[in-house]
Ligand binder design. Structure first.
Ligand SMILES: Nc1ncnc2c1ncn2[C@@H]1O[C@H](COP(=O)(O)OP(=O)(O)O)[C@@H](O)[C@H]1O
Ligand SMILES: [Mg+2]
Length: 357
């Protein structure tokens, strides 16, 4: 039987470009080779799309872009092509059966790549356009979850016109929430643009910083607690993994804690009591369902000392590097990465079959 052609798209223009490379390399290595043929397509930091026929080991070094056989490639929105147009001397169509996006942040799995796949008529792994976009926007995701009775942190939303009344905002925040508060771009990742404000001056600075990343900014009450993660997998009847934990040095899980300090630990599974474990796993499934996710998502929660859990955030396309929590937690659940990838691609193909019935 002919192998199923899977296009793994990696890189991208968001600040999370580099993080995507190690995830994509790990996915490419673990997609079962007896059943699938991988078509690797990278997007440079400047947004150029290149078909990459080279070795997977060059992905993580970032040198893939300079590989001589890289060919400019366009994912055609015209379903007649069913794949990429390679812009060499002669334009050739490289057909693919399914897209596996490994892009993080803006213009990745925020609905943008999903929209292009929908236009192209090619099935894709992960959540649909609306779900991806809603999950990327922390204000919208929290609003939907509140409606569904999921505990979230209280927040205050600021848009650019509000900057004229900064004093009002600071006094409203200080009387309604008190300090410290967290300030963050509504759409972001890797803790970029996130800050913890201890007073009105810190708040004003934090708001300005967050606006360098997005046009909508969230001010959130500080939730004290352990940071726990739960992987969710499936479609109609999603399942939740054992719970993992992130520990780090510093005041919060900042960009530096994530990538610079080197003291972060991703623990799978977390050492927590069975009631909290059950609560988090059940809530993770409710979150996944309420946000209409498909295939996979990583949910984050705070576990407070009194046992309360609060939703933190959701990522519809979790990291997939060898040290990432999503594949490790799924392995704890008994699903090793090659099987996980096979099942994710199968879900994508089945979803497309249903929609064309
Ligand atoms: N309301 C909050 N209370 C306590 N810590 C928070 C809060 N919001 C964010 N943080 C801290 O900031 C980190 C990054 O925030 P998060 O919302 O996950 O953004 P990102 O999508 O950039 O990872 C969290 O992992 C946590 O350490
Ligand atoms: Mg986070």
């Amino acid at each position: 039987m002919a192998k199923i052609k899977v296009a793994v798209i990696f890189g991208g223009t968001s600040p999370e470009h580099d993080a995507s490379l190690s995830s994509a390399a790990n996915v490419i290595k673990n997609i079962p080779a007896d059943k699938y043929e991988v078509v690797a397509v990278g997007i440079t930091k400047k947004g150029r799309w290149l078909y990459y026929p080279g070795d997977t080991s060059m992905l993580t070094t970032g040198k893939w872009e300079n590989y001589p056989d890289c060919t400019p490639a366009i994912l055609s929105p015209d379903p007649i092509h069913n794949g990429f147009i390679l812009l060499g001397e002669d334009s050739v169509v490289k057909k693919v059966d399914v897209v596996f996006p490994m892009l993080f942040g803006r213009n990745g799995t925020d609905g943008a790549i999903e929209g292009l796949c929908e236009l192209s008529g090619i099935p894709y792994v992960g959540s649909g356009i609306a779900s991806s976009a809603n999950c990327m926007d922390k204000d919208i995701a929290n609003t939907i979850l509140e409606y569904n009775g999921i505990p979230t942190a209280r927040r205050y939303v600021v848009t650019r016109p509000d900057l004229k009344r900064m004093d009002d905002i600071c006094s409203a925040v200080s009387s309604e929430m008190g300090f410290p508060v967290f300030v963050k771009p509504a759409c972001g990742g890797s803790s970029l643009g996130v800050s913890k404000a201890y007073d009105a001056m810190g708040l004003a600075d934090g708001i300005k910083l967050a606006f360098t990343h997005d046009n909508k900014v969230i001010i959130e009450e500080f939730i004290q607690g352990r940071e726990l993660e739960c992987a969710v997998f499936g479609s109609d009847k999603p399942i939740a993994s054992p719970v993992g934990e992130v520990t780090f040095d510093g005041d919060y899980y900042s960009y530096d804690a994530k990538y610079v300090l080197g003291s972060t630990k991703l623990i799978a599974p977390a050492d927590i009591d069975s009631t909290s474990e059950k609560n988090i796993r059940e809530t993770a499934i409710k979150v996944f369902t309420a946000l209409d996710c498909c295939g996979l998502a990583m949910t984050s929660f705070f576990l407070s000392p009194d046992g309360r859990i609060t939703f933190g955030e959701i990522n519809t396309l979790p990291r997939m590097s060898p040290v990432s929590l999503y594949p490790r937690l799924m392995k704890e659940l008994g699903v090793p990465l090659p099987e996980l990838l096979d099942r994710l691609i199968t879900i994508a193909l089945e979803r497309a079959d249903i929609s064309t019935d």
